[in-house]
Design a protein around this ligand. Structure first.
Ligand SMILES: Nc1ncnc2c1ncn2[C@@H]1O[C@H](COP(=O)(O)OP(=O)(O)O)[C@@H](O)[C@H]1O
Ligand SMILES: [Mg+2]
Length: 328
């Protein structure tokens, strides 16, 4: 599934997003760095609560207030640091240059407005034009996500559409302003497997047509294999391993990645349990001092419990935070 990849469009450096709660400071994102090239799909994987969504929301500067705050780092979108933008400037950037497909298509459409109205609502933030031109753009947006008879469906209300169709409308809204980067945060969990596969194929097709870059957040390694070019594995607010899909599947180098891959059920029995690694991720406000995975890791040695490992290169473009790699 090779796509043509180009220049770096998004470069995230040492991002820290903390939640300030009564129990203490939750280090939801704790020094995460990664980049994304034009036309590339980066998969972000990890158990629930490891900071995937908080990373995504940070990129859009939409972290939940007042608890969460981006406290450090750089988010360079085509060379411009989004953390230095005003709120007004961010409103221009969101949707138009970086956009997000929300987690649950059932709840992200408003039941009292037609899908056409909801598309137009999104489109008119960035395109001026008369009512007729906007309706035409809405129809084009539906066509792009392969909604049949878009001239008719544009007047439908969400409840008149199937789950898969609604998912595509949500995608159309996110794509309507032709963003360079789109973040899809577990967009498929509430859909059945066939519809899910169709939707993912559609996203890849649109990517091939437009050179869009995709950040694909999921807890499902099976989907990563089908969808992504590169992978970032997150654990307890850190990026613990990154590499090409092939490197990650053939040479998983962090014990957490190895455990995740071991727990992936065979593709035929996909609905079976995911992530049956013994133990629990640490509480993000009571992090162990050294490696966060040490309490669950089969290879833990003394140093792992006192010192967080640096990122060691495994091969070109492949690295992992694990002391075992120092010797390799
Ligand atoms: N509004 C909030 N207030 C306090 N903590 C939060 C809030 N939202 C998320 N968190 C914490 O941030 C961590 C990362 O959450 P999240 O990014 O949603 O994880 P994921 O998407 O990987 O499941 C979680 O452990 C959660 O406890
Ligand atoms: Mg999430």
């Amino acid at each position: 599934m090779a796509t043509q990849v180009g220049d770096v469009v998004l470069d995230v450096q040492d991002l820290h997003t903390y939640c300030f709660t009564r129990l203490g400071v939750v280090k939801a994102v704790d020094g995460v760095s990664f980049h994304l090239r034009q036309g590339e799909t980066l998969g972000v994987v990890g158990e629930s609560g490891c900071g995937k969504s908080m990373t995504a929301l940070s990129l859009l500067r939409l972290v939940p207030r007042p608890a969460a705050r981006i406290v450090q780092g750089k988010i360079l979108l085509q060379g411009e640091n989004l953390l230095e933008k005003t709120e007004q400037e961010m409103r221009e950037i969101r949707g138009r240059r970086i956009s997000m497909i929300l987690q649950d298509p059932q709840t992200s459409l408003n039941p009292v407005f037609t899908v056409g109205n909801q598309l137009i609502e999104a489109i008119q933030h960035h395109h001026k034009g008369g009512a007729k031109a906007l309706v035409q753009r809405a129809i084009t947006a539906l066509k792009q996500v392969r909604v049949a008879a878009p001239e008719r469906r544009v007047d439908d209300f969400p409840h008149q559409m199937s789950g898969g169709m609604k998912q595509r409308v949500v995608g159309a809204i996110a794509l309507s302003c032709e963003p360079r980067v789109i973040i899809a945060d577990e967009p498929t969990t509430s859909l059945d497997v066939t519809i899910q596969a169709q939707y993912l194929r559609l996203l890849r097709e649109i990517q091939q047509e437009t050179g869009l870059s995709i950040i694909f957040i999921t807890h499902d390694f099976g989907i990563v294999a089908k969808m992504c070019d590169r992978v970032m594995v997150m654990y307890a607010g850190k990026s613990v391993e990154t590499g090409s899909v092939r490197d990650i599947f053939n040479h998983p180098s962090h014990p957490y990645t190895q455990a995740l891959l071991d727990s992936v059920p065979k593709l035929e029995e996909r609905t079976a349990r995911l992530f049956s690694i013994d133990g629990q991720p640490p509480l993000l406000w009571k992090l162990p001092e050294g490696c966060r995975f040490a309490p669950r890791c089969p290879y833990t040695e003394a140093r792992c419990e006192t010192e967080y490992p640096p990122s060691f290169p495994v091969s070109e473009g492949h690295s992992a935070d694990c002391w075992r790699l120092e010797r390799a």
